[in-house]
Design a protein around this ligand. Structure first.
Ligand SMILES: [Zn+2]
Length: 328
């Protein structure tokens, strides 16, 4: 069913506006329902294991600590918060790009990475660390050097010049195998973790990353990640969190559907289509959230030794005490 999504979307380049509009509604409906229902993995969530992953030993050697937090800077983080206002409105969640990630969100991502044995993934929570990212780019030998020193270099140049601490935008960088978080939204955090899981299992991660730059193709990568995140939430999160995951990931996926329809960055209808996609995603995500049946049985997370120690034990507490409600 995921393939059908891509096939239908190819019709989006039809010349007439009418066809284009029709394609819009078809792809929106299909894309979002596929995300939500069609590709739902039957049975329990399939956990990953280290034996499946293609992680460079050179990268594993420099991955401690796995999760790091940037030092809070009130002025800088306030600027980031303001820059993130459009994102907060479009995603209809004030936690988007709030640059104040709670320990609950961190714990939820740490658990996800631990139970999937994704030990080579780095998590930077509201942190700017360009020098370390360059180092990771060099060490990440599971991505072919041809991709790493071209597109990978560009990705780290982008990270260096347009820091997420200001511009926000949670992301996963496959060239450095790093998750950057700026939002306190568990579903977004685990969605980025799911990208890491998807890439870890690829034989040619560099090629898979490069394909993402083509039009329409990101719908596939994004569906894989959101599907995994939603299946995980279904098994391991309380129902309220699972519902919230649909409310968050629906509009996020809708934005990719919108940009896929626009067929690239500079199109004048790009922004309206993206907003339409986001609105459609809200409608679909919210209606699924509402129809999810109540349940009280959850699978238990695997034993404690497979979870990651939180940096709260490593980072001196006084760093976080300049603002009482900064971390709950
Ligand atoms: Zn994504």
């Amino acid at each position: 069913m995921c393939r059908a999504l891509v096939r239908v979307d190819l019709t989006a380049d039809a010349p007439s506006l009418l066809l284009r509009r029709r394609a819009t509604s078809i792809v929106l409906l299909l894309g979002l329902s596929v995300l939500a229902v069609g590709c739902r993995t039957p049975g329990p969530y399939r956990l990953g294991s280290a034996a499946q992953w293609n992680t460079a030993p050179e990268l594993m050697a420099i991955n401690e600590p796995q999760i790091e937090r940037g030092r809070p800077y009130k002025t800088l983080d306030t600027v980031g918060w303001i820059v993130g206002i459009p994102g907060k409105i479009l995603m209809w969640d004030r936690r988007v790009d709030n640059h104040r990630i709670s320990f609950e969100t961190e714990r939820m991502l740490a658990d996800y990475l631990a139970v999937n044995e994704l030990d080579g993934v780095k998590v930077r929570i509201n942190q700017y660390a360009p020098r370390e990212e360059w180092r990771r780019l060099v060490a990440n030998k599971s991505v072919g050097a041809g991709w790493r020193y071209t597109l990978g270099t560009l990705s780290v140049v982008g990270y260096t010049l347009l820091p997420g601490r200001v511009f926000g935008g949670d992301n996963y960088n496959p060239y450095t195998n790093t998750i950057n978080l700026y939002s306190d939204v568990p579903a977004f955090a685990v969605h980025e973790g799911a990208h890491a899981k998807d890439f870890a299992g690829r034989r040619y991660p560099g090629t898979y990353a490069a394909l993402y730059l083509l039009p329409v193709v990101p719908l596939y990568h994004e569906a894989v990640a959101s599907r995994d995140a939603l299946a995980y939430a279904h098994d391991y999160w309380p129902i309220d969190e699972e519902r919230q995951a649909y409310r968050n990931l629906g509009p996020a996926y809708g934005s990719y559907v919108g940009s896929a329809l626009a067929g690239g960055g500079s199109s004048p209808i790009g922004l309206p289509l993206e907003i339409a996609g986001i609105l459609g995603g809200h409608v679909v995500g919210r209606s699924i959230a509402e129809t999810l049946p109540e349940r009280d049985q959850l699978y238990e997370l695997p034993p404690r030794e497979r979870t990651i120690a939180l940096p709260v034990e490593r980072v001196p507490q006084e760093e976080f005490q300049d603002d009482g409600d900064w971390y709950r």
